[in-house]
Design a protein. Structure first.
Length: 121
């Protein structure tokens, strides 16, 4: 899905969540295999500065295609008190942490299964 389409989906989701003051963190052209990307770094800096209240993501693979990195990202956002929502089905990091861990593992596995089915030849 083109970056512009992903942004459109996320802008709509932000509006549905009553968010008007938004910033886009896009790493177009960088591999999603790790978190060593300029926009992820900027997002983390902004989170630490207290200017991020909610992170909206198209799907888990937009954060990282590596589950451990994905998990580290969610841990970081949890520690910052920042909710993370996905347009493909979300959960809140405000839930008890053990429930979040279980849910994010399920979400990620579901995403990988659906990704495999849609890309199978």
């Amino acid at each position: 899905m083109a970056i512009a389409n992903q942004e459109m989906i996320l802008r709509k989701l932000a509006e549905e969540n009553g968010k008007r003051n938004i910033a886009i963190y896009s790493d177009n052209g960088f591999s999603g295999s790790n978190l060593d990307r300029p926009a992820i770094s900027k997002l983390k800096e902004d989170a630490e500065a207290g200017i991020v209240g909610l992170v909206l993501v198209k799907d888990p693979a937009r954060v990282s295609r590596n589950f451990l990195d994905f998990d580290d990202f969610l841990d970081f956002m949890y520690d910052m008190g920042i909710e993370v929502k996905f347009s493909t089905g979300d959960f809140s990091l405000g839930e008890p942490y053990s429930a979040v861990l279980k849910k994010r593992q399920e979400v990620y596995q579901q995403f990988l299964k659906s990704k495999m089915r849609t890309t199978a030849v």
